[in-house]
Design a protein around this ligand. Structure first.
Ligand code: ATP
Ligand code: MG
Length: 575
């Protein structure tokens, strides 16, 4: 049940409270937690964060910031085999890059002893038992949505025996999978999560922080709420698929009937809709497959929906935060249009990025009535509206490069760009008229001969004649050669996972999602661009200097083109 995104999102200032804000404000008004707000962002360090996580980060950190509270970063590292230190570091970087900082940095593994002690308490009070059924039998006994479960034959083990077995599990006496610890709740519950869920399983594997200290590992549902309560989180915000787990979240915490383990009031779980994006896959598992199978260059490939990929693509933290804000907080799953994300970065960069000229696919243009060696250094503003972004000198000389696609020998109707005999404006420079086309043996134009009107330098012709087309260009003698990478959507399919039974979602990968141009030319001011510096290349789009850039050998990535189809849809009101 995926609802289409609505486009009439009101501006943040005028927006009414979302349902999480309503809960928080009510709790603040009641003095529920003594006026405290504490949230947490709990990633599992088994991959890089993606735009969906960014949404969760913006909600958790954003709400705490709004209400003068704090947010913990908690690595949910209860699943030892999949977790890696590389991921922990990347998660920290990504959260900071997005513009947030955490109050406490925690690891669920720091609570292993506490979790164990509380589990023993549940065993001692008859609320948990050791079960010897194997995975398959447990599943079978659990029943299903239509069929009530049956009690495990081990359910009525005595407290002493349970305690002894659980301690032996902890001491490493049993093989992986030999036994589990289960909560004793209700095998007839209509909520499957309440049918004696697993609390611990035996896994004698190495953990990235605790080494071999623990042969047993707590399950997510058990560890999560307890970790929240230990940290005195007030509002534990998670995605909708945990809605059915909420009674279990509460159950685990409420078994501390005499308040020996947790301070009151207990944290409250609140669910919101997971963010999905068109033309991409989102789950870490799928993204890992893309990386491992070489469909992309790595987690930070600019086509990836990861935070690190978006960053390398040229996205700003502000644009991602604006996107999260526009998407809003919903209670129903939704798919946001990637066009909205692109709109957000375009809007941000339109205001911030310096302008520059670059020619991606060059065609030489020679101005015959301009002397060889004559150079006009034009004084050009870096931004049409923001003088604070400064000015630069742009060389104009006899030999230039223009964009090959800006010339047509036999132009169609309403062609305002260059053609034999036609006159155009060179951006920031002057008017030129094409007088001759020089072609190669195959009949392809390789050079245009032109004349310029020196009286038009810096603007229009004094006689007031109209010229409609304006082209970008660079001076050949001064230009710097560069590699430019043009990225497109990674999938041609709007919903890559929507494939017929038996076909592979990888079939939707866009074979043209990265085009590398090695012979682009940049105006000299771009030669020294540092990695992650962002520009608008006039008429072409927004570009960012890539990490692979070297002095004298710049590499730029296209972040996004100039044309905003999202904005158009929005004004038509049918987005
Ligand atoms: P994935 O399914 O992509 O692997 P996950 O839910 O397993 O993601 P976690 O590391 O467990 O990833 O998630 C950390 C936090 O981010 C959780 O609170 C989770 O609910 C939230 N989160 C993950 N994916 C999304 C999403 N698409 N939209 C909103 N929040 C998300
Ligand atoms: Mg997860």
């Amino acid at each position: 049940m995926k609802a289409a995104m609505t486009t009439d999102t009101p501006a943040p200032e005028s927006r009414s409270l979302n349902f999480i804000e309503e809960i928080m404000e009510a709790d603040l008004a009641d003095g529920k937690h003594g006026g405290r707000i504490c949230t947490r962002f709990p990633p599992e360090p088994n991959g890089y964060l993606h735009i969906g996580h960014a949404k969760s980060i913006c909600i958790n950190f954003g709400l705490a910031r709004k209400y003068g509270g704090s947010t913990n970063l908690r690595f949910d590292d209860t699943n030892p085999t999949k977790e890696e230190v590389e991921y922990v570091d990347s998660i920290r970087d990504d959260v900071r890059w997005l513009g947030f900082d955490w109050a406490g940095e925690h690891y669920a593994s720091d609570y292993f002893q506490f979790l164990y002690d509380y589990a023993e308490h549940l065993v001692q009070t008859g609320r948990a038992y050791v079960c010897d059924l194997d995975d398959e039998a447990i599943r079978d006994y659990r029943g299903n949505f239509f069929k009530a479960g049956r009690n495990s034959p081990y359910r009525d083990r005595g407290v002493e025996e349970n305690l002894q077995l659980f301690r032996a599990m902890r001491a490493g006496a049993f093989e992986d999978g030999a036994r589990v610890l289960r909560a004793k709740i209700d095998m007839q519950s209509p909520n499957m999560n309440m049918r004696d869920p697993l609390m611990y399983r035996i896994r004698r594997v190495h953990h990235h922080r605790t080494g071999h200290a623990w042969p047993i590992y707590p399950m997510y549902d058990y560890a999560h709420g307890v970790s929240d309560a230990i940290e005195r989180v007030t509002h534990s915000i998670c995605t909708l698929e945990f809605e059915d787990h909420r009674p279990l979240y509460d159950w685990f915490l409420e078994q501390d009937t005499d308040g020996r383990f947790f301070q009151r009031p207990l944290p409250r779980q609140i669910e919101f809709a997971r963010l999905n994006l068109t033309y991409t896959v989102m789950s870490k598992r799928r993204l890992l497959e893309l990386v491992k199978e070489g469909h992309v260059q790595g987690w930070d490939d600019p086509r990836m929906p990861t935070i690190t990929g978006l960053r390398r693509r040229g996205y700003t933290p502000e644009s991602i935060r604006a996107f999260a804000d526009k998407v809003g907080v919903a209670k129903r799953d939704m798919v946001a249009d990637v066009g909205l994300l692109e709109h957000c970065v375009r809007e941000d960069l339109a205001a911030k990025a310096r302008r520059a000229m670059a020619v991606l696919r060059p065609l030489k243009l020679v101005i015959e009535n301009l002397a060889e060696g004559e150079v006009h250094w034009l004084d050009v503003a870096n931004h049409p509206e923001d003088a604070a972004l400064g000015r630069r000198k742009v060389p104009f000389s006899r030999e230039l490069f223009i964009e090959r696609e800006d010339f047509q020998e036999v132009p169609p109707k309403k062609w305002f760009r260059l053609a034999p005999g036609a006159e155009v404006r060179l951006k920031n420079a002057c008017l030129v008229r094409c007088t001759q086309v020089i072609k190669d043996a195959a009949g392809e134009p390789v050079e245009l001969r032109c004349t310029w009107d020196p009286a038009s330098l810096g603007g229009d012709a004094p006689d007031g004649r109209k010229v409609k087309g304006t082209l970008h260009w660079v001076s050949a003698a001064h230009a710097v050669q560069a590699e430019v990478r043009l990225y497109d959507r990674l999938f041609t399919a709007k919903d890559p996972m929507d494939v017929p039974e038996g076909s592979d979602w990888r079939g939707g990968i866009n074979p043209g999602s990265c085009e590398v141009l090695s012979g682009a030319w940049l105006e000299p001011a771009l030669a020294g661009a540092k990695a992650s510096e962002r520009f608008q290349f006039e008429r072409l789009g927004y570009f960012v200097a890539d990490l692979d850039s070297r002095p004298g050998a710049p590499v730029f990535n296209r972040t996004v083109g100039l044309k905003d189809s999202w904005a158009k849809l929005e004004t038509q009101g049918n987005g």
